[in-house]
Design a protein around this ligand. Structure first.
Ligand code: SF4
Length: 118
């Protein structure tokens, strides 16, 4: 079966064509670099995403946060719910873990910005 997809790893957005047989990606074309081939293989077998959102802090202001690593696509809603149910203690530094093992994924949520108490 032929799949058409767009690589989202960089702004070039290469149009990829992948052949899948027996649940395996047997060929990828249209990619300008090796990351496109890897993207197609992952997207068609076990898609993952990096999640970026905000978490409320103990001071009441939101701070931008993101998953430290990409998570399985089907876990996005659970992870966002876990982030929204949590509070980041202030002060927080960029890169600090503000939630461990989000929604049982084994992936931590880290702050994408530093924020002081004020
Ligand atoms: S294949 Fe490479 S160059 Fe093309 S969009 Fe993906 S990362 Fe960018």
């Amino acid at each position: 079966m032929t799949h058409e997809l767009i690589c989202i790893n960089c702004p070039m957005g290469c149009a990829l064509t992948a052949q899948v047989e027996g649940g395996k990606v047997i060929s990828v074309s249209g990619n300008t670099c090796p990351r496109g081939e890897q993207y197609a293989k992952t997207e068609l077998t076990a898609p993952v995403r990096t999640v970026t959102t905000t978490m409320i802090t103990s001071g009441g202001k939101p701070v931008p946060v993101k998953t430290k690593e990409p998570i399985p696509k089907e876990k996005i809603f659970d992870v966002v719910a876990a982030i929204k149910a949590s509070t980041a203690p202030l002060p927080v530094k960029m890169g600090d873990v503000v939630l461990s093992d989000a929604a049982g994924t084994g992936v931590d949520i880290v702050s994408a910005r530093s924020l002081n108490n004020a």
